[in-house]
Ligand binder design. Structure first.
Ligand SMILES: [Zn+2]
Length: 291
């Protein structure tokens, strides 16, 4: 029933039949299965746009587009938030035209715009880049007071079973210091991300209560996503936050969801994604834009 409902909603959003290409990579233990061919066959059979929604497989990190596409200014929406919610209740991302930072947890999605204020996300809004999963807690722990971004990364790396798979991370508590940024909506022709972030509005908080959400991505993900940690923040009053640049933990708890499966939905026909050159290595630009 759920699947039928989802297919209907997709048809409403993309009435021109196929508008998205899906690459699904399911990593289960040491077995690697690409579902691309299967997805195409199924699409031809029933006119759906995506591979089977792995909703039953709650251990999947689903990603929309690639980080290098974002670095190249591909900011047009790929899917709506209504559809994205079918792939997870937790995650981070951005919006059509790069209009702010997205974060989601407990099934609620928020948009932190360039004014630093968090707004609820409408189902009709679209995302050009997002990472989502269904958050199930595999690990819970206390975090030491005084940890900053660098020392937190070292600590989490030391307690994770491996850094070679994705994991979703939620950190709740008080932060004696928090520094975030957001990005303003862009006009076409879209500038590269590194140009946008040169003038990013930055927000600083002291003694603030809130939640950080995000992922640790494996080192081999270069080009598709950002290796290492990527966190977004929202205050407990749910009125401010953004992409996390720096912080100091006051008192906080960490919740981790080990997420071994990975699915990627690429932009469809007509997207700038089809024209850009994704050959060059963009690691330096990525460091500048996201750190
Ligand atoms: Zn971010």
């Amino acid at each position: 029933m759920k699947k039928e409902k989802l297919i209907k909603s997709k048809r409403n959003i993309f009435p021109q039949s196929l508008s998205c290409l899906v690459i699904a990579i399911l990593v289960i233990g040491a077995v690697l299965v690409t579902a691309c061919g299967q997805a195409v066959n199924e699409s031809q059979a029933n006119s759906t746009e995506y591979a089977d929604n792995p909703i039953a497989e709650r251990e999947t990190m689903t990603q929309i587009s690639t980080i290098d596409a974002l670095l190249n200014g591909v900011y047009d929406g790929v899917i709506t938030y209504e559809v994205l919610k079918g792939y997870g209740d937790f995650g981070i991302g951005t919006f059509q035209a790069l209009d702010g930072e997205m974060l989601a947890f407990d099934g609620e999605f928020y948009q932190v715009k360039a004014d630093g204020v968090a707004y609820p996300v409408a189902d009709s809004q679209e995302t050009p880049f997002a990472m989502v999963t269904f958050f199930d807690i595999d690990y819970t722990g206390e975090l030491a007071q005084g940890l900053d971004y660098t020392s937190l990364q070292e600590y989490l790396d030391s307690i994770l079973p491996s850094i070679n798979t994705f994991c979703a991370i939620k950190i709740e508590g008080t932060f004696s210091y928090m520094k975030t940024r957001s990005v303003p909506a862009q006009q076409k022709p879209y500038p590269p991300l590194v140009e946008v972030t040169k003038n990013q509005p930055i927000f600083e908080f002291e003694e603030v209560e809130g939640t950080m959400v995000g992922f640790r991505s494996p080192p081999f993900i270069t080009g598709l996503n950002m290796p290492g940690y990527h966190l977004h923040f929202l205050t407990n009053s749910k009125d401010a936050g953004g992409h996390v640049l720096e912080f100091t933990i006051g008192h906080a708890e960490v919740f981790i969801d080990y997420t071994p499966d990975f699915m990627m939905i690429l932009p469809g026909m007509g997207s700038d994604f089809y024209q850009i050159d994704l050959t060059p290595d963009n690691q330096d630009e990525l460091e500048q834009a996201e750190k």
